[in-house]
Ligand binder design. Structure first.
Ligand code: 5GP
Ligand code: ZN
Length: 112
């Protein structure tokens, strides 16, 4: 399978990791859209949000338990935004489930 995030997990592609455990990894986005822009991903290859099921959702819960810890470590004491782009209309460009953790600036609502 040709997946850039699986290659990052395997160490075939270098990345700036900020967190890793048995089931998830977090690393800096190559093209940051905010002063802090981190991608948090499951090590298991899940294509996208449509494929989250009762069988694999524990890793998603774990991601959402870990995000506030990473946010605090990154100094995001004034809030942060988590984004999951799912599918073409949302602009998902890497087909391995990932959550953008963004912070260090103010964000508008609704998003563009
Ligand atoms: P998406 O558009 O699918 O929601 O987000 C994919 C993100 O992955 C983009 O923000 C893009 O900058 C990031 N990205 C793509 N390739 C790489 C890479 O090789 N390394 C890192 N660190 N980020 C990547
Ligand atoms: Zn993958």
């Amino acid at each position: 399978m040709d997946c850039v995030f699986c290659a990052i997990i395997n160490g075939e592609i270098p990345s700036s990791k900020v967190y890793e455990d048995d089931t998830i990894v977090a690393f800096k986005d190559l093209s940051p859209q905010a002063p802090v822009h981190i991608l948090v991903i499951p090590k298991q290859h899940i294509k996208w949000g449509y494929d989250v099921t009762p069988e694999n959702s524990a890793v998603v819960a774990h991601i959402f338990e870990t995000i506030p810890k990473i946010a605090k470590e990154q100094g995001l004491d004034n809030g942060y935004r988590v984004v999951n782009n799912c599918g073409e209309s949302a602009g998902q460009s890497v087909l391995h489930l990932h959550f953008h953790l963004l912070g260090g600036r103010d964000f508008t609502w609704p998003p563009g």
